[in-house]
Write a protein that binds this ligand. Structure first.
Ligand code: AMP
Length: 992
């Protein structure tokens, strides 16, 4: 603010108000300044005695070295003096009704004039006369009114000059101007300075109101009230008022202006809130940082709008943090403590995400289904304490009918739930971990009530049976397990045939003529829970005598309707269990060594059974001279040292590219033996789908293991590098190879324990071979190996639950791992269970959750995976079964056309609009990275797709047009967009 104004000096005076020293600013506006004018002023003089005696006259004086003009008069010793000095016309400023007249003058001591002192005066008079116009030289004494008698404080004697300063006020001026006059009545005076000024309260900004410069009031208006004007971007309901005193001081400020929304007061001005701050109302408050879950806007924000997916509840303060609706209640379980009383306790865990709110409540809904018709359970059901608005995570439901199915849905609500259309999401099997709603069946397991023979021939029988009731809500239809055996099997070996069926009828072929069979049917239920056995029934085939040439019934076709799901187990319960000759294989392994004639010709021998492991190596591996080996390039790092690609040139044999595993220097004898044990194991195998051992170097310092070279390296990485590039047929082909290798190993009673895609190697013809044998490897080598409570190191996400729980490693646990490898292969090297922790994986598995189908996975292949992951290991298929089924699928590729349900939210693990940590994707590239499609970043940018909003608008055609050609990639991107659009919450695992 410019105070200088050029009009006059700014005076500072200090006033003590209530003990506080404050600075007052006043300003003087000068109307006349005799000194500043300099030279001849042209003031009018008038004297009583115009005829000779002179009155006031101009005198040029030198005072303190500088020249100036004064008026003086000194007619002492003369009677009746009446000498006038009149100023020029002084223009008055409007509203300046009160002017100050400051005089500097010298008065001579009358005593210094001797006898003249008798008539000598020491005062003079100040007069003023108002006029609307300059009257020139016309002077009429009568028009002047006396303002004051001016007396000196100090009079000047002979030797020294005493300058007096006196200020007088001329009040109530109203005309356009005025004259001042000085009347001398016989003194000896020098008028050194006359300064006429009025006071103003300077322009100022107080309380965000600006007050313009205001002329100080006079006696008739001691305080001048002035209305202020709010500064830019400030407002006030009532204009603030300030008061200017006669002394030019602002006092008594009433009211104030406040900065508008989006602005705050900084140095008497309203400035925009900085970016990321906001102010919602006109107030004196400062801008505040945007609250949680709101968007940071540019400067000047009135509010910070909620980020996408976050809302304000009506009861929330409009400027408070935004919040999201809660995720689904977790782990809904029902406890049937008083089943007979029709009572059920439903309990669940709080949602993983409360959305930043504490007002989460739950509503429980019950539906009763009969057939395909479902209806609300109605009034009859009683809830304690209530069915809606529950704050606790449990409710007791009573008055339930024990023979009906009920589906309970628990929804989490909060103040912002109303803003989201909560699509009801059903999870197939309880308990769910993150479902919005869940289903729970409160029902007795279905029971088989009757079984009858419908038709029979000499080699076949048709049976049918009935069931008490069917679970209605399960996604899978009820299944039956039919077990039959010849009635009079000898006691040593009983052959049971087990069929898993979807229909309540079956035709069984290839039976012995005229033979009695015992049949039992068990309902498995849609939710997989077993029902009680039916009574055992006996039926007989027609005898040979009735044979009528109908001999060509093919077994496989008979159960064709259930082909996808059924698994035939022929379990031979051998009374005399085969003795196990090696330590690593448990007795359970005989499970796969069905009968004497199926027993493999060769059985794996644990090198540890040799007292000297070096002898084992020599027995199973060929010794190679190091000079026949040329190392070319490091291709990997094994536990014991580098792995090289190289050339093996044995005289008389064709040169071959090989992989050479080396033992790093400084090893102990124990390490050397462990290293070579892999060769001792590998050397026992000879199969197309098992890495072939070429030989070993043991007799020289640097031990080496030489195997066939697999150009494409480890399968997991290979698939990741070629994501989406292979058809299901090709993938199933790879799986078939692995299964064949595993069948070979299991037939040899070898349990791999670390079957995973990273331990499968791929050659240039895309043949997959099982590798990574060795005694210590599961403990040491595998980066996935995790110490468990049982002390061992186990690759948790590949390992069957019984092997984790009590180290029950069998071919059946290898089958579980094979299921995981199937998933890895079908998901192009995706990490099983994504970023779930090992602990979460174990918990989920124990709660019956299984990995969901990978994208584009043939239904039959997924069903096979699920079979591999059956909790009860005896029920898992054997590798022989797996090879046959995969062969069957490969023989009829159309069987791969039915695709398993795929939920992009689960499989790509994308919540609606955010990354795995819940925060929205900030950029297209961040999103692409999350679905491992970063290679298309440039395609999106070039096509001008730079925001996630644009991504969400994309159709499949658009994705193709920007240059995504590979069908797998196209689908991955399309599915992810689909997942992003879906506002429902993410499931972490999928229930079977
Ligand atoms: P391993 O110690 O068996 O896990 O081998 C370490 C790494 O070396 C593997 O992950 C492969 O990348 C590579 N490797 C091992 N054996 C072979 C092989 N026969 N052919 C090609 N690469 C191999």
């Amino acid at each position: 603010m410019d105070f200088s104004g050029g009009l006059g000096p700014l005076l500072f005076s200090y006033v003590l108000i209530n003990g506080i020293l404050i600075t007052l600013q006043t300003k003087e506006e000068v109307l006349l300044d005799m000194k500043a004018t300099g030279g001849e002023l042209g003031w009018l003089t008038w004297s009583v005695d115009q005829g000779g005696r002179e009155g006031w006259e101009v005198v040029q004086k030198t005072l303190n070295g500088s020249q100036f003009y004064t008026y003086s008069v000194c007619n002492v010793g003369k009677l009746d003096q009446d000498n006038w000095l009149r100023t020029t016309f002084i223009q008055r400023r409007p509203s300046a009704s009160r002017v100050f007249v400051e005089l500097q003058f010298i008065v001579r001591d009358c005593n210094s004039f001797g006898e003249a002192s008798m008539t000598c005066k020491e005062t003079f008079n100040l007069f003023a006369s108002e006029s609307d116009a300059d009257v020139g030289t016309t002077f009429r004494k009568g028009q002047f009114q006396k303002v004051a008698t001016i007396a000196p404080d100090e009079i000047t004697g002979k030797n020294e000059l005493r300058i007096n300063t006196e200020t007088r006020v001329v009040e109530n001026l109203s005309r356009k101007g005025f004259y001042l006059a000085f009347q001398d009545i016989g003194a000896c005076i020098a008028l050194l300075s006359v300064r006429v000024y009025y006071k103003t309260c300077p322009a100022t900004v107080k309380s965000l109101a600006s007050f313009s410069e205001t002329v100080a009031g006079g006696e008739n208006q001691a305080l001048r009230e002035v209305s202020g004007v709010c500064v830019e971007n400030a407002v006030s309901e009532e204009l603030p008022r300030n008061h200017c005193t006669m002394d030019g001081e602002w006092v008594v400020l009433v009211g104030q202006c406040q900065c508008k929304p989006g602005h705050e007061e900084i140095k008497d001005a309203c400035q925009e809130c900085q970016a990321g701050f906001f102010k919602a109302s006109s107030s004196s408050d400062m801008c505040e940082p945007c609250p949680a879950n709101t968007q940071r806007l540019e400067s000047g924000a009135l509010v910070c709008p909620c980020m996408d997916g976050f809302y304000l509840a009506p009861s929330d303060p409009p400027t408070g943090p935004c919040s999201a609706p809660p995720s689904a209640p977790r782990d809904l379980v029902a406890t049937t403590t008083q089943l007979s009383a029709g009572k059920l306790l439903l309990s669940w865990n709080t949602p993983e995400e409360t959305g930043g709110r504490s007002d989460v409540t739950y509503n429980v809904e019950c539906r009763r289904c009969e057939g395909t018709v479902c209806q609300p359970c109605g009034e009859k059901i009683h809830y304690e304490p209530a069915s809606t608005g529950l704050t606790d995570t449990k409710v007791t439901v009573s008055e339930l009918d024990a023979h009906l199915n009920y589906t309970f849905t628990v929804e989490a609500h909060s103040g912002v739930s109303q803003f989201v259309s909560q699509g009801t999401q059903r999870i197939i099997r309880p308990p769910s971990t993150s479902a919005l709603t869940t289903s729970l069946h409160y029902t007795d397991p279905p029971k088989i009530t009757a079984m009858q023979l419908v038709e029979r021939t000499h080699t076949s029988m048709s049976l049918s049976w009935a069931v008490t009731h069917r679970p209605q809500v399960a996604t899978r239809p009820i299944r039956y397990q039919l077990t039959y055996r010849k009635k009079d099997d000898n006691l040593d070996v009983t052959t049971y045939t087990v069929l898993i069926l979807e229909k309540d009828t079956v035709q069984i072929n290839e039976l012995a003529p005229g033979t009695a069979y015992l049949f039992r049917v068990q309902a498995l239920g849609g939710d997989g829970g077993p029902g009680g056995f039916s009574m055992e029934k006996q039926f007989e085939t027609l005898s040979e005598a009735s044979l009528a040439g109908n001999t060509a019934i093919i077994f496989g076709a008979a159960v064709g309707g259930a082909a996808m799901l059924f698994i035939v187990f022929v379990v031979l319960f051998l009374r005399k269990r085969r003795k196990n000759s090696h330590t690593r294989q448990g007795a359970e392994d005989t499970y796969f060594s069905s009968s004497e004639q199926l027993k493999p010709l060769k059985t794996y021998v644990d090198p540890h059974t040799y007292e000297d492991p070096n002898i084992a190596v020599l027995k199973f591996a060929t010794e190679i001279h190091p000079s026949h080996i040329t190392k070319q390039k490091v291709i990997g790092a094994g536990e014991f040292g580098e792995v090289y690609r190289g050339i093996l040139k044995v005289p008389g044999r064709k040169e071959a590219t090989v992989a050479i595993k080396t033992l790093k220097p400084g090893y102990s004898e124990k390490q050397r033996q462990d290293f070579l044990s892999e060769a001792s194991i590998m050397g026992q195998f000879s199969h197309q789908n098992i890495i072939r051992l070429e030989g070993v170097v043991t007799k020289f310092k640097h031990a080496m293991i030489v195997t066939e070279y697999m150009e494409n390296g480890a399968l997991d990485k290979y698939l990741r590098d070629h994501d989406g590039e292979f058809s299901s047929f090709q993938l199933v082909g790879m799986l078939r190879g692995i299964a064949a290798g595993m069948k070979y190993l299991s037939d040899m009673s070898y349990v791999h324990r670390d079957l995973a895609a990273r331990n499968i190697l791929v050659n240039n013809t895309l043949e997959s071979k099982v590798s990574d044998f060795g005694l210590s490897r599961v403990l040491e080598d595998d980066p996935e190996g995790t110490y468990t409570t049982s002390g061992g190191k186990i690759p948790i996400r590949w390992t069957a639950p019984e092997a984790i729980a009590y180290r029950k490693f069998t071919s059946a646990s290898d089958v579980w791992s094979f299921g995981i490898v199937m998933w890895e292969v079908m998901a192009f090297g995706e990490r099983p269970y994504w970023d779930m922790s090992n602990h979460e994986v174990m918990k989920a598995i124990n709660e019956a959750f299984r990995l969901p189908a990978p994208m584009d996975c043939p239904s039959a292949v997924y069903q096979l995976m699920l079979q591999c992951w059956l909790q009860e290991r005896a029920k898992r298929p054997r590798f022989g079964d797996i090879v046959s089924l995969l062969d069957k699928l490969l023989r009829s590729p159309e069987s791969l056309k039915t695709i398993a349900d795929f939920d992009p939210r689960i499989s790509i693990r994308l919540p609606s609009t955010s990354g795995s940590d819940g925060s929205p994707f900030r950029s297209v590239s961040e999103w692409l990275e999350s679905i491992k499609m970063s290679q298309y970043s440039e395609n999106f940018t070039c096509a001008g797709i730079i925001t996630m909003d644009q991504v969400l608008q994309m159709k499949n055609e658009d994705i193709k047009n920007i240059g995504v050609r590979l069908p797998g990639h196209l689908k991955r991107i399309a599915y992810s967009i689909l997942g992003l659009k879906d506002q429902t919450s993410t499931l972490s695992v999928f229930a079977v």
